[in-house]
Design a protein around this ligand. Structure first.
Ligand SMILES: Nc1ncnc2c1ncn2[C@@H]1O[C@H](COP(=O)(O)OP(=O)(O)OP(=O)(O)O)[C@@H](O)[C@H]1O
Ligand SMILES: [Mg+2]
Length: 179
């Protein structure tokens, strides 16, 4: 992986990918727990995948990993739920019912720019509705796969590096990242 040692190219745009098998709902939640324990403030997670593919289950784990005691429900009607009693704020969006222009009217960028909102973790379900994307993010695309289970394709964009996120993940052998 290239570093940032080229002075004429101080911001390296990376695009890195991985796939993780999620054989059951516990695996989806566990992945969220582990990321919730380590992700730094300003991390934006763009979640995509068909209805019922596991996005909210993952965010429930994320909340647990952040130490949030409140139950995390799908914000389908609230659109944005904010949780404040973990190690970082969690901002959980669900854009399913919104058109792209309606999603833009929520000004989601205020949640990752850090000027108006306390820096935290931003998790956005149905992120394909976003018109404007952050400079750096982790895209997690959930798919039905492995019989009754799921898989999740990861992609980091911008300055967010994928490898440090994968190091130390505790996955069952059935969850090993694919080649
Ligand atoms: N890896 C998995 N294998 C099998 N079932 C799973 C897995 N992950 C989550 N589930 C189950 O799938 C169901 C739907 O999950 P969830 O609500 O998280 O999906 P979602 O993507 O948020 O759906 P929506 O698009 O409606 O918001 C839940 O019953 C959950 O327990
Ligand atoms: Mg959901």
């Amino acid at each position: 992986m290239d570093g940032f040692n080229n002075r004429r190219d101080p911001v390296k745009i990376r695009s890195e990918q991985a796939t993780i098998c999620l054989p059951d709902a516990h695996a989806t939640r566990s992945l969220g727990v582990q990321l919730g324990q380590v992700l730094p403030a300003y991390t934006v997670l763009l979640l995509q995948g068909d209805l019922g593919s596991g996005k909210t289950t993952f965010v429930q784990g994320l909340g647990e990993g952040l130490g949030i005691a409140d139950p995390i429900d799908s914000p389908t009607f609230a659109l944005i739920n904010e949780y404040w009693n973990g190690r970082l704020p969690l901002y959980h969006f669900d854009l399913y019912r919104l058109s792209p222009s309606e999603a833009a009217s929520l000004y989601p960028e205020t949640y990752w720019e850090g000027d108006e909102k306390e820096p935290g973790i931003v998790a956005i379900e149905w992120a394909e509705r976003l018109i404007y994307l952050p400079d750096a993010y982790l895209s997690l695309h959930f798919y039905y796969d492995y019989g009754s289970g799921r898989r999740v394709d990861w992609q980091t964009v911008g300055s967010l590096e994928l490898a440090p996120l994968l190091v130390g993940l505790k996955l069952s052998t059935a969850q090993a990242p694919a080649e």
